[in-house]
Design a protein around this ligand. Structure first.
Ligand SMILES: [Zn+2]
Length: 880
């Protein structure tokens, strides 16, 4: 899976101690029968015991979809070998009670259902058991499981599934755990003008009445979370790489925006590269990408039918960074075809084996197979997510115990993806190219179509590289938190006389072994020239770095020059004085400039640098930076600069800074080459952040008269971005314009923008309306709910936010969190009134958390993280 929002889902972390306990629990042999709780959850203890009980699973599945219905019919025939028939068989199932169940040819009535499961009594079981289940069920309303979406533009209906980590059992009864891989025989009956899509190629097709019956070929062994069912009038495109057919699907109304040629090219290059690098031919019979309506993640790696977010279909010209982002997504999901799909983690504690790899390998593939020179810059940018997560009170080791699937859901986070990716970079660096690549190849050969654990992977790399990786495993995978590293140095007689690296212990009190490269720079004709770089390994609190040759006293030192290390490096006082020179283009290496940008932001968050000083440096940098990808990282989707602007400056400070800041950006729009990526990057940032009255009025006129600066096309997405910003600032004509725009753009993207614009409006009525609507979240499409919730609190509208504080906490303590993990994100990230940034709120929120009795581990973790971010903001504010 790939996440596009930096913190889309976070979850429970406090579960490490359970590891030992689970190992001690009685295995099947001594079985005191396991009493399954009535909830939609799967505990590892049951998954383990079921793995012993059940072998050689096959699913023959038939689903029937008809137009205009909110339910579907299903028939599942499950065959399996059972190691014991003395205990009942528990299936995962979240749906209506089945209409009919037969076991080994005989109908049974004494099956038991409860929330989340279905139990077949032991009396009916045989060593080879066949269970036939007929059922009808409703489509999911929450963005997971089986989705049914109606396109508001042409009323076309689309069905597709999304199952990770634990949602396949919302479509059909099954053993929904990754290590009970099965063959799937899928049949779909659907209206004849619809396409039926599965993991496999179509085997046969025939017409029955008004339905078309499509039978797919049998899949190789797959985990349930990777099974896919899709149906609807999707547009299809086809190409191939060698003998592998490649398919693209998108809904009809977006077909004209599908950049078919580029998507095929990236897919073909990626397939060639991975097959070669992994020494293992593409393991499935087809490669497919489906851009799915209302899909909230970045992508999902179903073999043969990857699901991707429609944000990757651009409705107008976009900067190159957006196309690079789409390539990165495709290569990430494609890497999963091997890491995750071919070889799958046994249980969710090893999720990092999937995600770290996909993240790291996608960067290698982008660099080597597509020749994207900026791939490592983007990787460095992505580490920010890891740094952020790893500083929270809820951080956890990369390798972590996961007692149940609800906990698993919380681990799709910055540790699993970004820190894990950084750890692999260190491993690769440590064992060398050959050791890494041949270890990976051995791993695939040994575990193809099976399951594996960390020991298997690290063991393969250790064997191929002849290195002992125990210390590495402990330092990188089994401890939480990160180290802060700073440089301390002095000069004498114009030469560097001493240089030390100081390391602070991580939140788990660990000092880690690091390898880094320190760069020493000297000022010359307005530039900073690299005089020398020195490699340094350190693991102590303070390490004196030996300098072989004399180094002239530097003007600027950067202690993580090529970004090989994962730690929070700061910039020393002397170097800080020359930082504006770095950002102003005085350093030629764009990666280093980006690293310095990121370091400054981290220093703000650590209260080592005031936001005001940061913006002084940033303004200078923004007027000079000439690398498009550095700009895309600073100003693009996950802009730290924008976050700092809205979170860490008070409204008064922002008002003071705004005129110069906006002018600097606008001048870059006008000065850039017409239609260039750079011009679009600056324009898009400008239209999202501008707040001065006169500039907002200009923006509105530009929209009304369609008079953008030469080179910029006001396509539908840009028009909405401007409108949304006008709405946020209470522009008098915003609501009229939003209504007019809705008529012009009836697509569901248009609906989302229109709805969100109303929520963003600084008026009590709009806020109250949304506040009420969120009480029935199932009535709002999930992606609309997420986007609108983001707009509820605005940086300057403190009075409006204050009004809801009391009710907010009341609601947090009343919601039945067990019923919805989706709401966790909405409430604890988007609706948390972080903009208030006040000590009083922090104290109140901590007290409310203490007295709450209704929280799931995921909700508790997210609340703690909300408090943590609030505390940081308070600390930064008191510093300014
Ligand atoms: Zn992934």
């Amino acid at each position: 899976m790939k996440i596009t929002s930096l913190s889309l889902v976070r979850g429970n972390a406090a579960h490490f101690a359970l590891a030992a306990l689970i190992l001690l629990l009685p295995a099947l042999a001594q079985a005191a029968p396991y009493k399954r709780p009535a909830e939609d959850n799967l505990e590892r203890v049951l998954a383990n015991s079921r793995r012993e009980q059940v072998k050689s699973v096959n699913y023959a599945l038939h689903f029937t979809f008809r137009k205009g219905q909110d339910e579907y019919a299903g028939h599942a025939v499950i065959t399996a070998d059972l190691s014991t028939t003395k205990m009942p068989l528990s299936l995962d199932w979240l749906g209506k009670a089945p209409d009919k169940i037969s076991v080994n040819g005989e109908e049974i009535k004494d099956f038991k259902t409860q929330t989340g499961s279905l139990e077949i009594p032991a009396a009916h079981l045989k060593p080879k058991t066949e269970i036939s289940i007929e059922f009808t069920n409703t489509f999911s309303k929450e963005g997971d499981g089986i989705q049914h979406v109606v396109d508001p533009e042409d009323k076309a209906e689309y069905v597709y599934t999304d199952f990770e980590p634990y949602h396949a059992h919302e479509l059909f009864p099954c053993f929904d755990q990754p290590d009970l891989k099965a063959h799937f025989d899928l049949t779909i009956s659907a209206p004849s003008e619809w396409k039926a899509i599965g993991n496999e190629l179509v085997d046969t097709q025939k017409t029955e009445g008004d339905l078309q019956v499509t039978r797919f070929k049998t899949t190789p062994l797959l985990s349930t979370y990777l099974f896919f069912v899709g149906a609807g009038p999707y547009q299809e495109w086809k190409d191939s790489e060698g003998t592998t057919p490649i398919y693209i699907y998108a809904r009809k109304s977006l077909a004209r925006y599908v950049d078919v040629e580029n998507i095929f090219t990236t897919s073909k290059k990626g397939l060639r590269f991975y097959s070669g690098y992994f020494g293992f031919a593409y393991p499935f019979s087809k490669f497919g990408l489906l851009f799915a309506p209302e899909f909230g993640w970045g992508g999902m790696e179903n073999p043969g039918a990857i699901v991707a977010n429609e944000r990757n279909l651009f409705r107008g010209p976009v900067p190159k960074s957006r196309r690079d982002g789409r390539d990165s997504l495709i290569l990430h999901e494609m890497a999963h075809m091997w890491f995750g799909d071919l070889v799958t983690m046994r249980w969710w504690n090893d999720l990092w084996l999937n995600e770290s790899f996909a993240t790291y390998m996608a960067t290698i593939a982008q660099d080597r197979a597509l020749g994207t020179s900026t791939a490592w810059q983007d990787f460095a940018g992505g580490k920010g997510w890891g740094y952020w997560q790893d500083q929270l009170v809820t951080t956890h080791p990369i390798e972590t115990e996961v007692k149940d699937v609800r906990t698993a859901r919380g681990n799709f986070d910055g540790i699993t993806y970004a820190k894990g990716g950084a750890a692999l970079e260190q491993l690769h660096f440590f064992v060398g190219e050959d050791g890494f690549q041949s270890g990976v190849q051995d791993y695939f050969r040994q575990h193809a179509f099976g399951n594996a654990e960390r020991e298997d992977f690290v063991g393969a790399i250790a064997a191929s590289s002849h290195k002992n990786l125990n210390a590495w495993t402990h330092a990188w995978l089994q401890t939480a938190g990160l180290n802060r590293v700073s440089a301390k140095w002095a000069c004498q007689n114009g030469e560097l006389s001493s240089f030390s690296l100081l390391q602070e212990p991580s939140s788990s009190h660990t000092l880690s072994p690091h390898r880094t490269r320190v760069g020493f720079f000297h000022k010359e004709n307005g530039e900073l020239k690299l005089i020398k770089s020195v490699d340094a390994a350190f693991s102590a609190k303070a390490t004196k770095v030996s300098l072989d040759a004399a180094i002239p006293c530097p003007d600027f030192v950067y202690p993580n020059l090529d970004d090989k290390d994962y730690a929070l490096y700061s910039i020393d006082e002397t170097s800080l004085k020359n930082t504006s020179l770095v950002l102003g283009g005085g350093v030629k290496d764009p990666l280093l400039r980006l690293l310095v940008w990121n370091t400054l932001y981290q220093m703000v968050r650590d209260a080592q640098l005031t936001p005001a000083r940061y913006f002084e440096l940033a303004s200078a940098g923004l007027s000079q930076e000439d690398d498009d990808n550095v700009l895309a990282n600073i100003l693009g989707k996950h802009s730290q600069l924008k976050d700092a602007y809205h979170q860490y400056l008070s409204p008064q400070e922002r008002e003071q800074i705004a005129p110069a800041f906006e002018t600097a950006i606008w001048n870059r729009v006008l000065g850039a080459d017409k239609g260039s990526s750079r011009q679009m990057t600056f324009f898009d940032f400008y239209s999202k952040t501008v707040q001065s009255k006169s500039r907002l009025a200009d923006l509105r006129t530009m929209l009304e008269k369609n008079t953008p600066p030469a080179g910029i096309e006001l396509d539908q997405d840009r028009r909405w971005a401007i409108l949304l910003n006008l709405a946020r600032h209470g522009d008098a004509k915003a609501s009229t314009l939003v209504e007019a725009e809705s008529a012009r753009d009836p697509s569901d993207s248009g609906r989302r923008f229109a709805y969100s614009s109303r929520v963003a409006t600084p008026a009590m009525d709009s806020k109250k309306q949304f506040w009420k609507a969120v009480e029935s979240p199932e009535k709002i499409p999930p992606s609309t709910l997420r986007m609108a919730a983001e707009e509820f609190h605005q940086p300057d509208d403190l009075k409006l936010s204050e009004y809801f504080v009391k009710e907010y906490f009341q609601r947090l303590k009343k919601i039945n969190w067990k019923k919805s993990d989706q709401l966790v994100e909405v409430y604890f990230e988007s609706l948390f009134p972080r903009n208030l940034c006040s000590k009083t709120l922090l104290v109140q929120s901590q007290a409310e958390l203490k007295s709450a009795t209704n929280l799931t581990p995921l909700a508790r973790r997210s609340w703690l993280e909300g408090n943590d971010e609030l505390a940081r903001c308070v600390k930064i504010s008191s510093h300014r």
